[in-house]
Design a protein. Structure first.
Length: 291
């Protein structure tokens, strides 16, 4: 049986207490919430933290709030709550798209948005979702808070901008008029990691695409932000031809590796197809043609 190495365990009663414990225990301490990413890695001895700080009692970090000009999501918000949120479904349907194809009910009932982002797994869906909708993360330490955009949040495979004595506390997503968003994913079977996935967001104004966000999962060492495709879309009227051009960029700008889920050429093709679909659906939603 696979078992993790020995570790010390404590249960935090406040955000400040959790941060204090991280400072006191040093870099070998890890935060645990849902545990569906960290515990399997510990069982395989791919992660060997000496201390676990459980934050499941910190209800102050579990919320979805609509504020003036933005939506704020607490880091401890569970997948199941993201899936069932009417606020997100109304403003950012890309979250519901993604949550419907993330893992299984057991994982969705316990896993959190903070855990998903901090795991920094290239195949994880919410990282591409948050990148596409241009989310910002709030990272807190003993010296206060700092705000980091998604492009700076993930610094490498399984590596984030969260420091050793810091924790992610919140995700903030701007609300802008004319918005539509969608997530498309292909997996071998329900609940599996993606072979490829694409998240897209568009903001329409006067019949043209004022801004766009596109990101890919599972086709690179980290989440792929398709900034070149976004630049192509800005200022142009949405069309199938335009989306096909963006899809070609997606195929070119991703960097998949061959594995049991498919060869490189297949994954590149899939990234393009899914980007085309996501852009089509996001635009239809922005135009009020699809719920």
């Amino acid at each position: 049986m696979q078992t993790p190495a020995a570790f010390e365990y404590e249960r935090a009663t406040s955000v400040e207490g959790a941060i204090a414990s991280l400072e006191r225990l040093g870099p070998e301490a890890r935060i645990i919430a849902g545990g569906h990413s960290l515990l399997p890695m510990m069982k395989l001895r791919l992660a060997n933290p000496e201390h676990l700080i459980d934050i499941n009692d910190l209800g102050e970090l579990a919320y979805i709030r609509e504020e003036p000009g933005e939506i704020r999501i607490g880091a401890l918000t569970r997948h199941v709550d993201l899936l069932g949120s009417d606020v997100l479904a109304r403003h950012l349907p890309v979250f519901r798209d993604a949550e419907q194809v993330i893992a299984d009910p057991v994982v969705r009932n316990r896993g959190t948005i903070g855990g998903s982002l901090c795991q920094a797994d290239a195949a994880e869906d919410l990282s591409s979702v948050c990148t596409a909708v241009k989310a910002q993360t709030v990272i807190r330490g003993s010296g206060g808070e700092r705000i980091v955009g998604m492009d700076e949040f993930h610094v490498g495979p399984y590596m984030t901008a969260v420091g050793a004595a810091e924790m992610l506390t919140e995700v903030r997503i701007p609300l802008r008029p004319g918005a539509g968003s969608a997530h498309e994913k292909v997996e071998r079977r329900a609940g599996d990691w993606a072979i490829a996935a694409s998240s897209a967001a568009v903001w329409l104004a006067g019949g043209t695409i004022a801004d766009a966000g596109i990101a890919l999962s599972a086709v690179g060492l980290t989440t792929i932000h398709l900034s070149r495709a976004e630049e192509l879309l800005r200022g142009k009227a949405p069309s199938e031809e335009l989306f096909a051009q963006a899809a070609q960029i997606a195929s070119e700008d991703c960097s998949p590796t061959p594995d049991g889920r498919g060869p490189v050429d297949y994954k590149r093709h899939l990234a393009g197809v899914l980007t085309h679909r996501a852009l089509r659906r996001a635009t239809a939603r922005a135009q009020g043609q699809e719920a």
